[in-house]
Write a protein that binds this ligand. Structure first.
Ligand code: ZN
Length: 111
């Protein structure tokens, strides 16, 4: 059986040279040399984690640099990133509201 080659999860284009951890996020992804060299990370990881933190402004400098470097490398506008984060935050807060109302119901039942 031939060993399957994995594709870089950042650019989804080049063959990966290995798997590495994303700083500050408990996740490991496949990188190609090019993406690793320019400090680029998977778009969805950046969007999801920035949303969890509560927005780009609240992220530390290192994370903001990772976002900027990834935007440049993938040729995407940072405005697009901000929009996707905003959408994600809306989804997250919806999910949290749901969780909260569910807990409220459970508390009422116990009384
Ligand atoms: Zn790559």
């Amino acid at each position: 059986m031939k060993e399957s080659k994995s594709i870089c999860e950042v650019c989804n284009k080049n063959e990966s040279i290995g798997v590495a951890a994303v700083p500050m996020v408990p996740i490991s992804v496949a990188f190609c040399k090019e993406c690793m060299d320019v400090n680029a990370y998977p778009w969805w990881v950046l969007v999801a984690n920035t949303a969890i933190i509560g927005g780009y402004e609240k992220c530390c400098k290192q994370w903001q640099e990772m976002v900027r470097d990834t935007c440049i490398h993938l040729g995407r506008d940072i405005q697009l990133f901000h929009e996707e984060v905003k959408e994600k935050i809306a989804i997250l807060s919806l999910a949290m509201d749901k969780e909260k109302s569910r807990t409220d119901v459970e508390v009422q039942k116990e009384e």
